[in-house]
Design a protein around this ligand. Structure first.
Ligand SMILES: Cc1cc2nc3c(=O)[nH]c(=O)nc-3n(C[C@H](O)[C@H](O)[C@H](O)COP(=O)(O)O)c2cc1C
Length: 226
C-alpha cells in the first residue's frame, strides 16, 4: 500500500503594493524606444566613472534639446545633394544633406525630409526620385534648391526629364534614379528608403559639403583652408 505523501505547508503569496492599501503603485514600464540611464547596464568594457559635470537623468529619457543638437552637429561634415521628383503639378526638388548610402546588395539609399518641408507635401506620393550629388562649383544650385518662394527649375537651372519622368539636373558629379521602397515617419522627419534603379557618374571634380553652417568645397583640388 503506498504511503501517503507528507503535505507541504502552503507557500506565502507575495503581496503587491496597492494604492487601496496605501502602497505605491509600480511605475509604468518605459516605452521600448525610450532609453533611460537606469535601463542602460554598463558592459565590462565601459568604465563606470562619470565625466566631470555629468548629471544622470534619473528616470527620464536621455535626450538633448534641438538647439544643443544643432550646435553640436555643426561639427558633422555632410555631403550636399538635391532630391527631385516628378509630381502632377510639375517637377519638385530640394537641397538635402540627409542623403545616405544604405545598402549595396540590394542597392538602397535613404534621405529624410522634415514635416515642415513644403517639398515633402508635394512629393509624399511620388514613386520615383532623382538624387544629385553636388560638386564644388554648385553652391548656387544648392542655395537655389533650399530657397523658398522661387521656381527652382527656372533658368539658370539646367535640367531634363529622365527615366520615369524624374527631373535630372545637369552638371552633377553623380546622379541616381530611385524607386520608393519604404517611408518611415520618425521624429519630425519622414525617412525615405529608395531602391537605386539607375546610377551614373557625371562631371568629375571636388565635392560640396555642409559644415559649421556653411557650404565648402572638399577634395584633392579644393583650396586648403587655414
Ligand atoms: C545644406 C542644406 C541641407 C539641407 N538638408 C535638408 C534635409 O536633409 N532635409 C530637409 O527636410 N531639409 C533640408 N534642408 C532644407 C531644405 O533645403 C529647404 O530649405 C526646406 O525644406 C524649405 O524648403 P521647402 O519648403 O521647399 O521644402 C537643407 C538645407 C540646406 C541649405
Amino acid at each position: 500500500m503506498p504511503r501517503p505523501r507528507p503535505r507541504r505547508p502552503p507557500r506565502p503569496r507575495p503581496r503587491r503594493p496597492s494604492a487601496r492599501r496605501g502602497g505605491t503603485p509600480s511605475p509604468a514600464p518605459p516605452e521600448p524606444s525610450e532609453r533611460t540611464c537606469e535601463q542602460h547596464e554598463p558592459s565590462h568594457e565601459e568604465p563606470r566613472a562619470r565625466p566631470p559635470g555629468h548629471r544622470p537623468h534619473r528616470g527620464r529619457p536621455v535626450t538633448v534639446d534641438a538647439a544643443t543638437l544643432r550646435s553640436v552637429l555643426r561639427a558633422h561634415a555632410s555631403g550636399v545633394a538635391v532630391l527631385t521628383a516628378p509630381t502632377p503639378a510639375g517637377p519638385a526638388g530640394v537641397t538635402i544633406t540627409s542623403f545616405a548610402s544604405l545598402s549595396a546588395e540590394p542597392a538602397l539609399v535613404s534621405f529624410a525630409l522634415a514635416d515642415s518641408s513644403s517639398t515633402w507635401a508635394r512629393i509624399k506620393d511620388a514613386r520615383w526620385f532623382g538624387i544629385h550629388v553636388l560638386g564644388a562649383g554648385q553652391t548656387d544650385l544648392a542655395e537655389r534648391f533650399a530657397a523658398r518662394g522661387t521656381d527652382r527649375f527656372a533658368p539658370p537651372t539646367r535640367w531634363t526629364g529622365g527615366l520615369y519622368g524624374v527631373p535630372l539636373l545637369e552638371g552633377c558629379p553623380a546622379r541616381l534614379v530611385c524607386s520608393r521602397r519604404d517611408v518611415i515617419r520618425t521624429g519630425d522627419h519622414h525617412l525615405v528608403v529608395a531602391a537605386v534603379e539607375h546610377a551614373e557618374r557625371g562631371e568629375p571634380g571636388d565635392g560640396l559639403v555642409h559644415l559649421s553652417g556653411g557650404l565648402h568645397a572638399v577634395g584633392p583640388t579644393a583650396p586648403a583652408r587655414p
